[in-house]
Design a protein. Structure first.
Lengths: 456, 336
């Protein structure tokens, strides 16, 4: 049967082109792969190959013709025994058949976004649970040890996690208990071991990859985002990446610009990731255990200054905190202060001082940044009508910016003042002690912001 | 090119040889059809064809056993067909339809099959190399003797993470076969212009990883080298490098005008080195198949490929709700 050769699309954006030159003439026999024409696209001149063997019956578009639309018949090929008379141009209807697929329709705006998670105000542990004092460091360590006892496929890898006992001692004693098979010192090669971790998660394991600090994970960010976060989607749900990337995030003290960046807003933007930044020891423990059990890649952002702080942690055999559930640390009526991680220290201190002056602040700890419990924030602001956000990261495209936008869209009529974002300053972190202090946000800045939004 | 080994006495049965012919032909015809559908606007975006390199995956799949894993970069259609994935599902993914392996959400470069142990389909050059070592890490950790074929090109071989991976794979004795498909062009840059030493397999020496060069236009040579590499890895001796010297007949992607090499160069490879023609000659000259037998195989393959194209055209586009699915997997119930 005679087959039409159609004007090909030779680039992702080509809609029409110039049929620059025919390299065959009517009556020529061609094999698959023979170059039959040269076609000028919007980018270059391309050679066009025959896809099947046959005889060139008719050339329908003369060389030199410009503006030939993609899918226009340009020639007719004959099979053995057919004559050129058989090669009458096909009815026009046939060519339009393929046309709709050439111009993919954009999804109509009616496709709905998933509903926001419901606010969850249930207590994190049963009332009356016995408590113990624990540092954040001990909490993280015990979370990993408990999960490694529970599940043989959980292992930890990273720089200095085994014999050195952890650069920040988060993995202390794990090597002794679980052995070198499950507590693995890596070479200094973040890009490589992050990728090996993701591959291992596809192979049936549950890796915990420790970055000595999140600053070094910039070497590995491609594996975190392109390989871990996107694979569930790209595979149509066939395979995800149950892996935890964890380490210290943000400024420590006097370590300079390359060791002091807060990555919360960066990772919180990525669909396919869970992003956690705990403040207290109980949250560090409960959320890390949840992270290790979660079937998705989790970015777990810790803070060096918080490692040594002590908090009350419930004494329970098994204790987890779900993602996407904010915690109200302090109830109040005049303003909502929203923060997470080390930012909570400024938020809580400011609330204490403001209380002395009769200003009642409600303090919300987001705990997880993706999914983010914006319902709890909105509900709080509907009560207080004012909001200040607090974080150590940079001000542009910050977590605070996002919360401000959400409040504007969902609680506009409840706001009595513009939301103020207290953030780190828009500068690389300086080394000098006085400048570093200035570069971070502070309790005083939070107090000033609250006074501004409350007009007091 | 490595000199073609004597193939007077192939080390495989006539049945195997026929199977290689069939498998390579399926890839070639499938890719030709994909090129055609691209030209019709049914396939969009990037589409990297494997034509010319068929002997690499067919030879290595012949060396693989049940349970072995494979992972590759974006020129992945051949790898998927060679490991037994359904041509209909692959073609329908190329057209972005519901019947595709990723339900239309992955595209040409992003398909997976946990059933066939094919782990993608990766678009970032070099990134699949540590991922492949990670799959091998899992097998070693779990205490089985499976191996992972980690394919990448001579272009990817210049990425830093490849050497980070070589180091750890050797250090931890991971059962991974690094398969470097040297097709001589990293997109439009020839190996001469991009690579300081031509024999990439020798780079493993710095890490204590054995390796060898293989004629990638000879499926029997590839199979033989694959057997050796698999035996090495399966014995627990650690990684192995196969640098398979091959050639891609088509452009880097569909929109490549291929001005960096001459038409004569491509034509010469096709005429003198073509891997499918080579097996065809072996079958006919060895009396293992008649022209009629081969014609019947050609017809059978053509039917499979045409059916896949029909399936890919008729399968509906994904439902609009699919935009929002498969982003996050549901967590197991928690106690809090």
């Amino acid at each position: 049967m005679a087959t039409e050769i159609l004007m090909p699309a030779l680039s992702p954006t080509m809609e029409e082109g110039t049929l620059a030159k025919w390299l065959v003439k009517e009556g020529d026999t061609v094999k698959a792969g023979d170059i039959i024409a040269e076609i000028e696209t919007d980018k270059a001149t391309m050679e066009f190959e025959a896809v099947d063997e046959g005889v060139v019956g008719k050339i329908l578009i003369a060389e030199g013709t410009e503006g030939v639309k993609v899918n226009t018949p340009i020639a007719v090929m004959l099979e053995d025994g057919e004559s050129a008379e058989d090669a009458a141009p096909a009815p026009a209807a046939k060519t339009t058949e393929a046309a709709p697929a050439a111009a993919p329709k954009s999804a109509p705006a009616t496709a709905k976004a998933p509903e926001a998670p419901k606010a969850n105000t249930s207590p994190d542990w049963p009332e009356g649970t016995e408590m113990q004092t624990m540092t954040v460091r001990e909490a993280l360590n015990s979370a990993m040890a408990e999960e490694m006892r529970r599940d043989d496929t959980v292992f930890i890898m990273g720089e200095e996690v085994a014999e050195y006992q952890g650069a920040y001692k988060i993995t202390q004693n794990l090597l002794e208990e679980f052995g070198a098979k499950r507590v693995i010192d890596t070479p200094i090669t973040e890009h490589g071991f992050a990728g090996i971790g993701v591959g291992a998660s596809w192979g049936g394991l549950r890796p915990i990859v420790e970055f000595m600090t999140w600053n070094f994970a910039m070497q590995a960010i491609d594996q975190i985002i392109n390989s871990a976060a996107k694979t569930l989607y790209m595979s149509g749900g066939q395979m995800g990446s149950p892996i935890v990337f964890r380490g210290t995030n943000g400024a420590a003290a006097r370590v300079g610009a390359q060791h002091s960046q807060d990555y919360a807003a960066w990772y919180a933007q990525v669909p396919g990731l869970r992003v956690v930044q705990p403040y207290s020891a109980a949250d560090a423990k409960g959320l890390l255990k949840t992270a290790i059990r979660d079937p998705n890649p989790v970015v777990f952002l810790e803070n060096e200054i918080l490692y040594g702080r002590s908090f009350e942690v419930p004494k329970m055999d098994d204790f987890t905190i779900p993602f996407g559930k904010a915690k109200i640390w302090r109830e109040g009526t005049d303003v909502t202060i929203v923060s997470f991680g080390i930012g909570m220290t400024y938020a809580l201190e400011a609330a204490d001082k403001l209380a002395e002056d009769g200003i009642s602040a409600e303090v919300v700890d987001l705990r997880t940044l993706r999914p983010m419990d914006t319902d709890t924030v909105i509900a709080s602001v509907m009560k207080t009508n004012r909001c200040v956000t607090v974080e150590e990261g940079w001000p542009v495209a910050s977590i605070g910016n996002h919360i401000s936008a959400v409040l504007m869209q969902k609680a506009f009529d409840y706001l009595d003042a513009p939301v103020i974002n207290c953030t780190g300053k828009d500068v690389p972190m300086p080394y000098a002690a006085n400048l570093e202090k200035l570069a971070l946000t502070s309790t005083q800045e939070v107090i000033d912001a609250v006074r501004q939004v409350t007009y007091r | 090119m490595v000199a073609r080994k004597s193939t007077k006495k192939p080390n495989v049965s006539a049945e195997d040889l026929k199977q290689y012919y069939r498998d390579m032909l399926l890839i070639r015809r499938f890719e030709e059809k994909a090129g055609q559908l691209y030209g019709m606007g049914l396939i969009g975006g990037f589409c990297h064809l494997y034509i010319g390199q068929e002997a690499v995956v067919v030879g290595l799949e012949a060396a693989a056993e049940e349970g072995d894993r494979r992972i590759t970069t974006y020129r992945d259609h051949g790898h998927m067909l060679a490991c037994g994935m359904d041509p209909n599902g692959v073609m329908a993914e190329l057209t972005g339809r519901e019947g595709g392996y990723s339900r239309g959400k992955g595209g040409s470069m992003h398909m997976f099959s946990t059933e066939k142990r094919f782990y993608g389909g990766h678009g970032i050059v070099g990134a699949n190399v540590p991922l492949g070592a990670g799959l091998a890490f899992a097998d070693k950790y779990l205490g089985n003797d499976r191996v992972t074929f980690t394919y990448f090109g001579d272009g990817a071989a210049n990425q830093g993470q490849v050497y980070e991976t070589f180091n750890m794979a050797a250090l931890w004795q991971l059962p991974v076969i690094f398969v470097i498909e040297t097709n001589q062009y990293a997109m439009g840059t020839s190996q001469k212009r991009s690579t300081s030493s031509p024999d990439i397999y020798t780079r493993g020496q710095a890490f204590g990883i054995p390796g060898e060069a293989v004629d990638g236009m000879d499926v029997l040579a590839v199979k033989e080298a694959g057997d050796k590499a698999v035996a090495h890895c399966r014995s627990g001796a650690g990684p192995y490098i196969l640098e398979i010297k091959t050639y891609r007949y088509r452009g880097h992607s569909m929109s490549d005008p291929a001005k960096y090499r001459t038409r004569e160069e491509v034509q010469k490879m096709r005429e003198e080195k073509d891997a499918i023609e080579h097996v065809r000659e072996l079958l006919v000259s060895g009396g293992h198949a008649t022209e009629e037998d081969l014609k019947a195989i050609d017809k059978e393959i053509k039917d499979v490929v045409n059916a896949s194209a029909e399936f890919a055209k008729e399968s509906p586009e994904p439902a609009l709700e699919e935009l929002w699915t498969d982003i996050i997997a549901d967590a197991a119930p928690q106690n809090a």
